[in-house]
Ligand binder design. Structure first.
Ligand SMILES: [Zn+2]
Length: 255
């Protein structure tokens, strides 16, 4: 019973750190110094007010000093990271593969929230992510280095070509360079088959949500829907259900 509990607690604590990354990386601030402080009144947050999820509930979502509401993003990211940690622990146990995939999913969480807020995917996550993904293949029995390398190449290359074609056809930028680097990172961590699946699932989810938003808000709605969250979702589905989806698809074709 200890393993799952430790994985949840560690996940929540890392989630708290991911929140720091999410608020500071887009501003180019250090993620280490200074310690956590209220973005409104600047008061340092005490360790007992910084317990993932629980503090948010005890403080009823407000800063202890100035009572400014704290964004719901904080407990949400902590809870999602804790859940991701538990799910990966259940799948991979206390192993190097768990560490590899957890760092991958943690990066996706940061990328998703930053992309939703700012429509950017920071290079400081995707570029080192590509390198870590390639290196991790050395210790991850579920992925060969060749597959990882091919994944990074295909991920980066495919989106690069699609982005270029789109720009050439419609004379405007459809996909950011950030998406290209993100998909290269996804390929490095999950291999080339997952890249294909991620593009299919991500585009499908993106189209459904995109059409939904146009129906709800009208065609002139001025919000560029970022693609990063959909690529991240596609990557998560590939990680957890990739084999099953592939089997199902191959079964459809032969049966
Ligand atoms: Zn405050």
């Amino acid at each position: 019973m200890m393993g799952p509990i430790v994985s949840i607690v560690c996940g929540a604590m890392i989630g708290s750190f991911l929140n720091v990354c999410i608020s500071r990386l887009p501003k180019g601030e250090s993620i280490v110094f200074p310690g956590s402080h209220c973005p409104k009144c600047g008061k340092p947050i005490r360790f007992y007010d910084n317990i993932p999820v629980i503090s948010f509930i005890l403080l009823r979502g407000r800063c202890r000093s100035c009572r400014t509401p704290i964004s719901f993003q904080y407990p949400l990211v902590e809870a999602v990271t804790a859940l991701a940690s538990l799910t990966l622990f259940a799948r991979f146990g206390a192993s190097l593969s768990y560490l590899v995939y957890f760092s991958f999913v943690a990066s996706l969480i940061v990328v998703t929230v930053i992309d939703l807020y700012h429509q950017i995917i920071p290079d400081v996550i995707s570029l080192p992510g590509i390198a870590v993904g390639l290196l991790s293949a050395a210790v991850n029995p579920f992925l060969s280095f060749f597959d990882s390398f091919l994944g990074a190449l295909l991920g980066g290359g495919t989106l690069f070509v699609i982005a270029g074609l789109y720009q050439w056809l419609f004379k405007r930028e459809g996909m950011g360079g950030g998406d290209v680097k993100l998909l290269a990172m996804i390929g490095a961590f999950l291999g080339w088959k997952a890249v294909v699946l991620t593009i299919l699932l991500g585009s499908f989810a993106g189209s459904v949500i995109g059409v939904g938003i146009i129906l709800l808000k009208g065609r002139d709605f001025k919000y560029a829907i970022p693609f990063g969250p959909f690529l991240s979702l596609g990557a998560l589905l590939s990680l957890f259900y990739g084999e099953a989806l592939l089997q199902w698809y191959l079964g459809l074709r032969t049966g």
